[in-house]
Design a protein around this ligand. Structure first.
Ligand code: FCB
Length: 447
């Protein structure tokens, strides 16, 4: 076996998000986010965990950038906390919030690491939720204004921008299923939130275009999975098709093609949000790349319940991560091919991929063989996709370090670096040492 080499300019990276790592959520004039409120509401997160301290990255960012440099990262994907920049979500800017991200960006550039900024990774200013949050159409302008404020300060230095992280997750899980902030269970509000989020994306793209230098690249990040029918029955095939349409196509097609898939409107027409004239053009602003977050696939069975009359079932005998997600590397290849077929001219990035396993420290070491193997298998599928002509430009591991895994609190560890939450010590897992080598040789064994 020899090394499968990646293209010379391939961006090996790692990803994080503000509320999951920063801690100090109210420091230096920041306003509370919906995740701050949600996690402080009893019964919402495992063990009542909150992001109050998290990885204390807000204070330890220098140390963390030094760690990234040592790993050899070419790029780092992180998100900006909207309520640090605009404590009320709109109106008065809090310069101290922007100062924090400016220092971080400068330190990354100094370390030779390209920053990829996510403008929204779920920490909506609480003050905007009081006005309806994503279910209020006004958010299109609120988000546009926020994007503009950030681009004014960082636009000259940040080469890679994404608007939203996983709009399906924060609208459907947040507004329809109620498991994420703001914890609502309202299909009508959720579908409005979906449409407004897509409009807000388009608005931000338009605003960024006028502010960024021509080299600035703009994209959006989707959570995407292949969804396979559990059997050959027509019912299961139709159920898988509904899930594929609502979870993937209903987000990807408007952005790339300026239309909602007909099946989504047919299935959920009774709750479909009002689409004004001009909306679809606004959503489909030209972008430069698509970010794909991939973790697993769905195996879908028909059921009479739920808004899609479909449910996921297990694959007996397969390997599962601590999240209960099937390890299915071929799905990465499949989904990259699918996105590429939707927009053959666009660059792609894997903006998240990784796995939670039960990590333990023994004599100062974390032997996370399963995570290393998970990443290895997925890197090989990415390599195969590139060989077949997919313009994949980079790969960001989720995550740089263990962090606050939303409703699961600190019970799930996704990092290639272990965080001892009692001391805030960062301990490199085996996968981090291995990744350092992958980056150094720009490839993985297996060709
Ligand atoms: C994704 C999120 C990310 C992290 C991973 C495990 O859905 O974007 O913040 O929680 O899942």
């Amino acid at each position: 076996m020899s090394v499968c080499h990646f293209p010379e300019s391939f961006l090996w990276g790692a990803a994080t998000a503000s509320y999951q790592i920063e801690g100090s959520p109210l420091a230096d004039g920041a306003g509370p986010s919906i995740w701050h409120r949600f996690s402080h509401t009893p019964g919402t997160t495992a063990n009542g965990d909150t992001g109050d301290v998290a990885c204390d990255h807000y204070r330890r960012w220098r140390e963390d950038v030094a760690m990234m440099r040592e790993l050899g990262l070419k790029a780092y994907r992180f998100s900006i906390s909207w309520p640090r920049v605009l404590p009320e979500g709109k109106g008065a800017v809090n310069p101290a919030g922007l100062d924090f991200y400016e220092r971080l960006v400068d330190a990354l550039l100094e370390a030779g690491i390209q920053p990829m900024v996510t403008l929204y990774h779920w920490d909506l200013p609480g003050a905007l939720q009081d006005l309806g949050g994503w279910a209020n159409r006004e958010i299109v302008n609120w988000f546009g204004d926020y994007a503009q404020v950030v681009a004014h300060r960082l636009g000259d230095r940040v080469p890679l921008w994404t608007t939203l992280n996983e709009p399906w997750v924060f609208t459907i899980i947040g507004y329809v299923l109620g498991e994420h902030a703001p914890g609502m269970k309202d299909l009508w509000a959720g579908l409005k939130a979906m449409h407004h989020a897509l409009l807000a994306h388009g608005e931000a793209v338009a605003r960024l275009r006028t502010l960024l230098p021509s080299a600035g690249q703009i994209g959006i990040v989707f959570n995407l999975s292949p969804n396979h029918p559990a059997s050959d029955s027509e019912e299961d095939k139709a159920a898988a098709e509904r899930v594929q349409t609502m979870n993937n196509a209903a987000f990807v097609e408007p952005v790339l093609k300026g239309r909602y898939p007909a099946l989504a409107e047919r299935v959920l027409g009774y709750a479909w949000p009002p689409v004004h004239s001009g909306d679809m053009e606004r959503i489909a602003q030209p972008i430069d790349f698509v970010g794909v977050n991939y973790y697993s696939r769905g195996i879908i069975k028909h059921t009479e319940y739920g808004y899609l009359r479909a449910r996921g079932v297990a694959n007996e005998g397969a390997q599962y991560t601590e999240m209960g997600w099937e390890v299915y590397p071929d799905g990465l290849y499949e989904i990259l091919q699918w996105v590429h077929s939707q927009a053959p001219h666009l660059s792609l990035y894997v903006t998240e991929n990784g796995a939670a396993f039960r990590d333990e420290v023994h004599d100062g070491w974390v032997a996370d063989t399963q995570r290393r193997e998970y990443l290895h298998q997925h890197f090989l599928r990415a390599h195969r996709a590139i060989q077949s002509g997919v313009p994949l430009k980079g790969y960001f591991i989720w995550s740089l370090m263990d962090n606050f895994e939303w409703a699961h609190g600190y019970t799930k560890r996704f990092g290639i670096v272990y965080v001892d939450y009692a001391t805030q010590e960062r301990i490199w897992k085996d996968s981090a040492l291995w990744y350092q080598q992958v980056i150094a040789q720009n490839g993985v064994e297996g060709c």
